[in-house]
Ligand binder design. Structure first.
Ligand SMILES: [Zn+2]
Length: 734
């Protein structure tokens, strides 16, 4: 019920439905919170776990009970009512401040003085105008100055060729004066979360959060991220060094063009003097978006990129889904018309909405195994007013057994039985399946609609990657065969559930897979049925490689900053002292002076971290630039507190899974079967390390932490040889 309310409140076109779903979701969340703090339930659960017979329960049952018990403890079941209400008040404040942040980030009325920026760098304004795109019409020339809306900042940072002008945009965009509301909200949110962690008996929020993840500890996450950051420094990585030199060369050339000079010859043909000029060029934070975009674009022509889209239509992607489901997992995906009552956009048609092609708003895919339907996936792919705009997979209903036969489940899960015996039980269950609740999931995103009602939506490769990423989340839900819905599908730890989705991104870079469904969208002309040319795919892959290590360094820096902001680095010394003296649980009020101190600490953490590891560094002595706070634009700091590392972390596993199981034969049924039965089917019903041991060959006595730390270098090396995953932002739900 709560899952249905969640998707409904985010995507339903009718505001009265959204409001009703919001209130249902709030009421059910409050009810669940009450259950999670119910002492009678906790006492009963503790007694069950202490039973001598508990170890004879099925692994699924044991895991559901221990996870629930752990969640109750980490969320403060032992707190007395007064402290509990303090925690609730802090959580409510996090919620309120997040709303404040989002409203401020949304923009300001144009008559607000902070809604505009003035660029004063010495240049001829008329030379800047052609680079302003859609903002050209709103730019005002005032003497030697250009006045632009601050909303143009991102566009300018990507497109203005002058580094001096980009610096001015960067300073205006990231100035703490303009970001006062966001800064106050971030400080308050971080302070509240740190406070909650201390009340719950932890030293800091990062420790509290990572204890509930498979990483287990913030120390391990930091070791992991440090290994990546160090491994990708220019002195340790030839690929990084090459990328940085290419970025410097591009900066050199763009600066030369401003002064009417010719660009330098290609890197391989530079004289020693020219090479010295390139190497002496400094890369700064305001260069990042412009130069990285240029470097990637230099590997592939815009015309080719456009041609590529002709092969990536939405119907083709659905064919790719069907192929993957059939070849890897032996299940059939059928696209069927949704019933009127299933299509939440039907109300738009009834009202004669101006939205085109409403018949395509909601697509329905049924998953069949033999003559039995095993799951349903809805696709709601297009942008709509008031619709959730990011890519995400929503669980609508989890799979579960509708009644419980412990002995059967125990037999299947027991670590003591042989593989042959497990197979025999599997076959037996297939013959006499237990009644199950059908799993239903939905992929939601905000794709642009096709330009004409007669042609399909054509996608960029990154969008195709995103759709396969989300498809893996869906399969994790619908192929789950756990008896209990609490541990069904993608309900597992945050730093584990992105493993299948990042694995599926690899498929989109495999020509052997893509050529089976990427045909030209023109179905009538001479290009009808033409398969995506291999050459085109290879060029795209080269372009994706263009900035791989630099992008990964930027991502690892954001993840490390997130760990530090919620870690011990951002806890006042006197509070750390109190913790050591055992009085932390008595701290219930936030110190009003703490906001200023936190602001300083966060700025210092950011400056020192980026000075040590960033490829784009602030120039020494630039006081204005040094005062900027770019992290106040980072929504992930609020949405994924101390968990932004999850993507990189899961990529380490999925990279290993890809190379072990699929790289040589992407449609291998035996690898698919392993993935289906040992990963998708078990959902969160088994220890992730146990799941990994069954899928990839691991040293028998290695801990998960040792395994990950050992995999970092091979993972980095692999990025230097082949295509990694996509660079999309994380979807919200899973
Ligand atoms: Zn995801």
């Amino acid at each position: 019920m709560i899952d249905v309310a969640e998707i409904c409140k985010h995507i339903h076109p009718d505001p009265s439905w959204r409001e009703a779903a919001q209130s249902a979701s709030s009421a059910l969340t409050a009810h669940m919170s009450n259950l999670n703090h119910n002492h009678d339930l906790y006492t009963a659960l503790s007694a069950i776990i202490a039973l001598p017979d508990f170890k004879n329960w099925s692994i699924e049952q044991q895991r559901a009970a221990t996870l629930l018990h752990r969640d109750m403890e980490t969320n403060g079941i032992g707190l007395d009512a007064a402290v509990r209400s303090k925690v609730n008040a802090l959580l409510e404040e996090v919620h309120q401040q997040t709303n404040q942040f989002m409203m401020a980030a949304h923009g300001r009325p144009m008559d607000h003085p902070h809604a505009w920026m003035i660029l004063t760098a010495f240049c001829d304004p008329s030379e800047v105008l052609p680079h302003l795109g859609e903002f050209r019409s709103v730019a005002r020339l005032n003497g030697g100055r250009i006045v632009l809306p601050i909303a143009a900042a991102d566009y300018c940072l990507k497109n203005l060729p002058s580094s001096a002008l980009r610096r001015e945009v960067y300073i205006a965009h990231h100035s703490p004066h303009r970001l006062a509301v966001q800064e106050a909200a971030v400080e308050r949110i971080v302070a509240c979360r740190q406070q909650i962690a201390r009340i719950l008996g932890r030293e800091n929020f990062a420790q509290h959060h990572t204890a509930q993840c498979i990483a287990g500890s913030t120390q391990h996450v930091r070791t992991f991220l440090t290994k990546i950051l160090q491994g990708l420094q220019e002195k340790n990585s030839t690929k990084s060094a090459r990328e940085v030199r290419e970025l410097k060369k591009l900066k050199c050339d763009s600066e030369r063009s401003i002064y009417g000079q010719l660009p330098l010859p290609p890197l391989a043909q530079l004289t020693a003097e020219q090479l010295a000029e390139v190497d002496a060029t400094q890369l700064h934070p305001w260069d990042a978006q412009f130069l990285m975009g240029r470097l990637k674009a230099s590997r592939i022509s815009p015309a080719l990129l456009h041609t590529m889209r002709d092969y990536f239509s939405v119907p083709n992607v659905i064919e790719g889904y069907k192929l993957l489901a059939r070849e890897l997992f032996g299940v059939e995906l059928r696209q069927v018309e949704p019933h009127e009552h299933e299509d939440w956009t039907a109300c738009l048609r009834q009202r004669g909405s101006a939205i085109d092609r409403v018949d395509d708003e909601v697509r329905k895919l049924e998953l069949w195994e033999g003559d039995k339907m095993i799951g349903v996936i809805y696709l709601d792919l297009y942008r709509r007013p008031d619709k959730y705009s990011h890519a995400a997979t929503f669980t609508v209903r989890n799979a579960r057994q509708t009644f419980w036969i412990p002995d059967d489940a125990k037999g299947m899960d027991s670590p003591d039985i042989s593989e042959e015996e497990r197979q025999r039980l599997r076959e037996e269950r297939a013959k006499n399946p237990l009644p199950r609740q059908l799993a239903v999931a939905g992929i939601v995103c905000g794709l642009a609609r096709p330009s004409s009602s007669t042609s399909p939506t054509l996608l960029h490769q990154a969008e195709v990657e995103m759709l396969f990423h989300e498809f893996a989340h869906c399969l994790h839900n619908v192929l789950s065969s756990t008896a209990l819905q609490h541990i069904s599908g993608a309900r597992g730890e945050l730093d584990y559930v992105e493993m299948p989705s990042t694995l599926f991104e690899h498929f989109v870079s495999s020509y052997e897979f893509v050529r089976r469904w990427a045909t030209h969208h023109d179905t009538t002309g001479k290009r009808a049925g033409r398969v995506l040319p291999k050459q085109l795919m290879e060029e795209l892959i080269q372009s994706k490689r263009g900035c791989e290590t630099t992008e990964m360094r930027q991502q690892a820096l954001m993840a490390m900053f997130d760990q530090m902001v919620y870690g011990p680095d951002n806890v006042p010394k006197d509070v750390q002292q109190q913790k050591q003296e055992g009085s932390a649980s008595e701290i219930t009020e936030l110190d009003p002076k703490e906001a200023d101190a936190m602001s300083e600490r966060m700025h210092k953490i950011h400056s020192e971290l980026y000075a040590a590891y960033a490829p784009f560094k602030l120039p020494p002595g630039d006081q204005l630039a040094a005062a900027t706070k770019p992290y106040l634009h980072s929504i992930h700091l609020l949405s994924y507190p101390s968990s932004y590392y999850c993507y990189l972390y899961c990529r380490v596993f999925s990279s290993r899974l890809w190379s072990d199981l699929f790289s040589r034969s992407p449609l291998s049924r035996s690898s698919g079967s392993l993935l289906r039965h040992e990963l998708f089917a078990v959902g969160a019903g088994r220890d992730p390390m146990e799941i990994l041991r069954r899928i990839v060959r691991l040293p028998p006595d290695a801990s998960l932490q040792q395994f990950v730390e050992q995999q970092v270098q091979p993972f980095i090396n692999k990025q230097q040889r082949s295509i990694g995953g996509g660079r999309k932002n994380r979807s919200t739900t899973t």
